[in-house]
Design a protein around this ligand. Sequence first.
Ligand code: FE2
Length: 340
Amino acid sequence: MFKILKEKYFMEYYTNGFIETNISLSDNLVNEIREYYLSKKIGHNDFPKFFAYNEHLGYMMQKKFLNFFLKVFPKFGKILVKNFYNKSYNKAVYCEQIFIKKILKELLEKGFFRFFKTHYMLVSYDMYLHSNHLSSAAGIHSDLPNFHHFYETENDLSIYIPLIDLNYINGGRLKVLPEKILKIPGNILLKLLYKYFSKNLLYLDKNNYINPNLISYSQINAFIKSKMHQELMSIYKNMISLVKTQYINDFIETIETKGKVLLFNNKNFHFAEYWKNTQQAREIYVIRMLPIYDVKIKLKNKLHGKPFNNFLLNFLENKIQFYEESVDFSQISSNNKIPL
Ligand SMILES: [Fe+2]
């Protein structure tokens, strides 16, 4: 993260686990986002789409029986996981991409570039989360990398925008364990993916980049089961146990007003407080950004049939670049990338 954020903001992130940008989106835009997503049906939940071919999801929930069911009775296990997510969110909408450009434009106008040392950040996808006082709050977790995105890093940064106040009255505050307390292993997933898949010429494109679209799910599964990946997953699993037993009092809470933008790393351990407001739902809008590492892995174009990975934030020129296809990393020179 030191290579991504300017020193001052790196220190804030390192100490607090997040950065208060003190930038708020205009009321008009926040209301527009809310109106759009509120018109979507309750029960629209994109989370279950991520369950297929991601057996490590079981770790995320730390329920041993769930892991067992996913392995022994995959169908039944998936129903359990689906119910789990329906209890947490009554609406979760991924990759609509309607507001990305508008939001980024406002952020850049309000000086968003000042936080970044790196030349570029990839803007990967957006999501909207809606829950109410009956929903179970998300427990302590780290958003584990998954193979539907394929390219993910330990230093992904989320633009986290509450569409309603998150405070002691409403509840629903995000709490984060800062990096100074505990950090998951860094810069390893892309290394492992590259090491494993670059050996097979069938997976490489004309630029010698690994093309995830050429890799079948059975080959992904072989990677998931490989010793190196299993070792990484057991580190995650042990770390979460450690966090729950030793670091429970070290989480730092955020207090957010409607539309105020927070930057946080979803790979750091975090959880959300129980939502107390019985009159209004908890609504969160997130845009996920990824740093660009110097590794020959191509980006996927589609996430569950929808375009993603196609915006680039260029901080040097303070502009947003939009692409019809996913951003082509092979066109970005090595000195504008972060060494892995
Ligand atoms: Fe999360």
